[in-house]
Write a protein that binds this ligand. Structure first.
Ligand SMILES: CC(C)(COP(=O)(O)OP(=O)(O)OC[C@H]1O[C@@H](n2cnc3c(N)ncnc32)[C@H](O)[C@@H]1OP(=O)(O)O)[C@@H](O)C(=O)NCCC(=O)NCCS
Length: 213
């Protein structure tokens, strides 16, 4: 029997996560949680049950996946709902390749989207998003709540902190470190370490601003 699952966030990523869940055959998507849509709204045939308070209606532990691309929103959402009533499963599309699976640790609530390849000795924290068609190389870590957008290439021995956004189509050179809460713009090529709480864009990536939050 399929296990019931709630998707927190009924926006664009929420719809993509729903289609991923439907490709898995393990979970039954029983509703969305969304703080900004009216309860009863139908999204791709699945009802919005309400905001996070809708979780109170569940008297048994329930699987929840957080479908926000923004790392800080994801962190805040996870902090708000974590507890004994909530289980955060890992969602991995069947096409994802974990080349040396025994050496790859994936934290709770992480989402691995179609077409991504992770090679060997890789550690992902909780609630990491690896979006479509990414490659993650050897001896690399991605901290909790980090989001890697479509088509990113992360080389080997890369250390990416918590709540980092890596914009789509960017490339991160081997042995690079990227600090917590930083953002890398779409299409950037990162060849120097990036400190915490900055935005870096371009080829090669240069710091253009500090992240306030
Ligand atoms: C970099 C990014 C995160 C914005 O970060 P931010 O800290 O809010 O930065 P700002 O929007 O204030 O932009 C700062 C400067 O960088 C420039 N910039 C932003 N993104 C850029 C990019 N990808 N490449 C080159 N320059 C970029 C802006 O034009 C701005 O320049 P200016 O000060 O001369 O006007 C965002 O532009 C981005 O690329 N996000 C990734 C989106 C993505 O991958 N989406 C996939 C969805 S599936």
């Amino acid at each position: 029997m399929k296990e019931p699952l709630l998707i927190y966030g009924a926006g664009g990523l929420g719809k993509e996560v729903l289609s991923l869940v439907r490709a898995l055959d393990r979970f039954e998507p029983i509703g969305f949680l969304d703080d900004s849509l009216a309860a009863g709204t139908l999204v791709k045939g699945v009802q919005v049950l309400g905001g996070v308070e809708a979780l109170k209606a569940f008297d048994k532990p329930v699987h929840v996946v957080i479908a926000f691309g923004d790392p800080v929103m994801k962190f805040e959402a996870a902090s708000k709902i974590k507890g004994p009533r909530v289980i955060f499963p890992v969602l991995k599309h069947p096409s994802v390749i974990l080349q040396d699976e025994a050496s790859i640790a994936v934290g709770e609530g992480s989402i691995l989207c179609a077409g991504s390849v992770l090679t060997t000795d890789i550690r992902l924290g909780a609630h990491v998003l690896v979006n479509l068609n990414c490659t993650i190389g050897h001896d690399t870590t991605l901290g909790s709540c980090t989001s890697v957008m479509p088509g990113v290439n992360v080389a080997g021995q890369v250390a990416i902190g918590n709540c980092v956004l890596i914009g789509s189509g960017s490339s991160i050179m081997n042995r690079i470190t990227i600090g917590n809460l930083s953002k890398i713009g779409m299409g950037a090529v990162v060849i120097h370490d990036v400190p915490e709480r900055v935005t870096a864009v371009g080829v090669p990536a240069k710091i253009v601003s500090s992240v306030s939050k």
